[in-house]
Design a protein around this ligand. Structure first.
Ligand code: TYM
Length: 352
């Protein structure tokens, strides 16, 4: 058997980094799955609140993410699609794992360090803006909750982008220390599956990854962006002044990112990004950008259309709540079984 789990934060409509680095891989795994494969995809709203969130916005973003997951092709009949906060076992296992997690290991993780300086980390809890923003416990222990997500479902494979690899190493380590401490094998060690497009870069700063937290909306393309918006964003993408097109992620990050985006949006355009760059070597930057925009639009258009259809259907039938409740119910029954085992290993069983 195979258990596949992955998660995404509800920070609005996903961008091409999420899509190429994760979501498209999830859909592929779902569509290739046999009847010995279980798939779980979670909207990790409890992770989102490790930085301050406006409640009304979070509510909207959760819905936009749910609709996006359906729109890219995840099918609630084949995959368990659910909100993390609707399955209380995630928080419960997190506490138990917290009692096994090493502070030293957590302090070496890079994500909390990079989020610490973000404007979203500022919170109404900070009385005055300080030079040094407060590090809150939830942000620090973020990887423990992520480990709980994965380990609750006996996960064997976790499809993610490169930025999550470190968290999954931590997950394996934590699973091993729990097993060791309790002489058990209750948690198996999940494998990381990196997508071929494991690191899509920002359009405005191609040495940084494309990210939802970048203040500049032109740095990313959303999967619901209309054609003219896609064209505008790609046209203004930062490249360089070197003549011609070549694929070199270090020396020419901007051009190479555009080549990557085009190639991974539609692998039928060439045999590899390098090959694609060779096909375009004498083409002007402007013509390259036009072509990239065309390929992105053509391939994302069905997702955008489906997204709008689902939103309209929910306007009429209000069916999303039922669908999400059903997903959470399926996740809960699986997670509940695992928690019973964990509880009894720990001496926390319900029977006296
Ligand atoms: P999140 O919400 O930041 O991103 C969701 C997925 O998108 C991938 N990704 C990218 N891939 C390539 N290029 C990019 N520029 C890019 N930006 C994002 C991420 O690698 C991820 O796969 N901590 C996780 C969510 C999480 C999770 C989990 C994942 C919570 N629990 C359990 C796996 C298993 C996160 O913040 O992803």
């Amino acid at each position: 058997y195979k258990n596949i789990f992955s998660g995404i934060q509800p920070t609005g409509v996903p961008h091409l980094g999420n899509y190429l680095g994760a979501l498209r891989q999830w859909v592929k795994l779902q569509n290739e799955a046999d009847n010995k494969t279980n798939l779980y995809f979670s909207i990790v709203d409890l992770h989102a609140i490790t930085v301050h969130q406006n409640a009304e916005q979070l509510r909207r973003w959760r819905k936009e993410m749910l609709v996006s997951l359906y729109a890219v092709g995840l099918d609630p009949a084949r995959s368990v699609i659910f909100c993390q906060s609707m399955v209380p076992q995630h928080s419960e296992l997190m506490w138990i794992l917290s009692c096994h997690a090493s502070m030293g290991y957590l302090s070496r993780m890079t994500q909390w360090k990079s989020k610490l300086s973000l404007p979203e980390n500022a919170s109404p809890l900070d009385a005055t803006p300080k030079d040094k923003p407060a590090l809150r416990l939830g942000l620090f222990s973020y990887p423990v909750l992520q480990a709980a997500d994965v380990l609750l479902y006996g996960t064997t494979h976790v499809p993610v982008g490169e930025d999550q690899a470190q968290h999954l190493e931590f997950t394996r380590e934590l699973a091993a220390s729990f097993n060791h401490a309790h002489s058990t094998t209750v948690f198996n060690q999940p494998e990381t599956i990196l997508s071929p497009a494991k690191r899509v870069m920002s359009l405005t700063n191609p040495t940084k990854k494309m990210s939802k937290s970048d203040a500049d909306v032109k740095s990313r393309i959303l999967i619901t962006d209309e054609k003219d918006v896609i064209e505008k964003k790609i046209k203004s993408a930062l490249t360089d002044s070197i003549e011609g097109v070549a694929y070199d992620r270090d020396a020419r990050p901007g051009v190479s990112n555009l080549i990557d985006i085009m190639y991974y949006m539609d692998e039928s355009v060439a045999a590899s990004p390098e090959e694609l760059a060779r096909d375009f070597k004498d083409v002007s930057m402007r013509a390259l950008k036009e072509r990239v925009a065309e390929v992105v639009d053509k391939n994302i258009e069905p997702v955008r259309t489906t997204y709008n259809d689902i939103m309209a259907k929910d306007e009429r039938d209000r069916y999303l709540t039922d669908e999400a409740t059903h997903g959470a119910w399926k996740a809960k029954s699986q997670a509940g079984r695992k928690m019973e085992v964990v509880r009894s290993i720990m001496g926390l069983q319900r029977t006296f």
